[in-house]
Design a protein around this ligand. Structure first.
Ligand SMILES: Nc1nc2c(ncn2[C@@H]2O[C@H](COP(=O)(O)OP(=O)(O)OP(=O)(O)O)[C@@H](O)[C@H]2O)c(=O)[nH]1
Ligand SMILES: [Mg+2]
Length: 241
């Protein structure tokens, strides 16, 4: 996985951070990692700093002063990566919901199979989610169906946060105009790529609920997604006209 960086946003992931970084590096000698930490009170950032001596010039850390949402953390990370020579830019959670062993599959889809954007998808072949309560599975699955219906995108897992972008996708999308900060950020990025007619591929993966640390999902994040999707679609129609 040459010219590749995996961006991991973190907020209080002290129980996961070391293991996830090591698991990513074990996939390839070439891959780099950027952690975007929002000054986590549990000192996740300090742990990353300590690991930097072991992974010199491969492990990078950006610290923001306060918790400002996953979407803006990724935008920060994307800009950081675009200012450097990376060709393949990944989004991945710190909590092992996304299996680092799947990184090469997503990379392959972009590097060898012509995808511009490869999504680690839970819903290509049924529902591949482990350890989520049924209510959470339903919420996520129905959200994906809802987004598919409203936007018209032919993507099964529209809220997926495990993604490999080719550099040109992130260069084309106007990152300063991305509005959403929570889950809806994932939908918006896919929708913008879809409107630009980039080739989007879904790679089936198994998603596992976090076993360590705490969830940051909140009702405001959910309502942002429900209402945001409709306004996003309406805006795109207005722009076309
Ligand atoms: N930098 C930053 N990272 C965040 C923020 N919110 C969440 N994250 C990170 O984004 C990733 C996904 O967040 P999670 O809390 O796992 O959210 P989730 O996957 O929706 O929830 P569960 O998996 O159900 O716990 C994790 O690596 C978090 O640490 C934030 O405001 N800032
Ligand atoms: Mg999670």
């Amino acid at each position: 996985m040459t010219n590749t960086i995996v961006i991991i946003p973190t907020y209080n992931e002290i129980e996961n951070i070391e293991a996830i970084i090591k698991a990513v590096f074990s996939q390839s000698d070439d891959v780099h990692v950027l952690v975007v930490d929002d000054n986590s009170p549990d000192l996740t950032g300090d742990k990353v700093k300590a690991l930097q001596t072991e992974y010199k010039n491969r492990l990078f850390l950006e610290v923001r002063q306060e918790k400002a949402g996953l979407g803006t953390a990724y935008i920060h990370g994307f800009k950081w990566a675009l200012a450097r020579a990376y060709q393949y830019i990944f989004e991945m959670d710190a909590d092992f919901s996304h299996n680092p062993n799947d990184l090469p599959k997503l990379y392959h889809a972009c590097h060898a199979e012509g995808a511009d954007l490869a999504i680690g998808s839970r819903y290509v072949t049924g529902v591949n989610v482990v350890n989520w309560p049924m209510s959470r599975v339903l919420l996520s699955y129905l959200a994906s169906r809802y987004v598919r219906f409203i936007t018209g995108m032919k993507i099964h897992d529209t809220t997926a946060g495990f993604v490999c972008y080719k550099r040109k996708v992130l260069e084309t999308i106007n990152l300063d105009k991305i509005k959403f900060i929570g889950y809806a950020f994932q939908i918006e990025m896919k929708f913008k790529a879809y409107l630009e007619k980039f080739k989007i591929t879904e790679v089936p993966v198994i998603f596992t609920d976090r076993t360590r640390g705490e969830s940051k999902l909140s009702s405001s994040i959910i309502s942002e997604a429900i209402f945001g999707v409709i306004s996003m679609k309406i805006n795109s129609l207005l722009v076309k006209k």
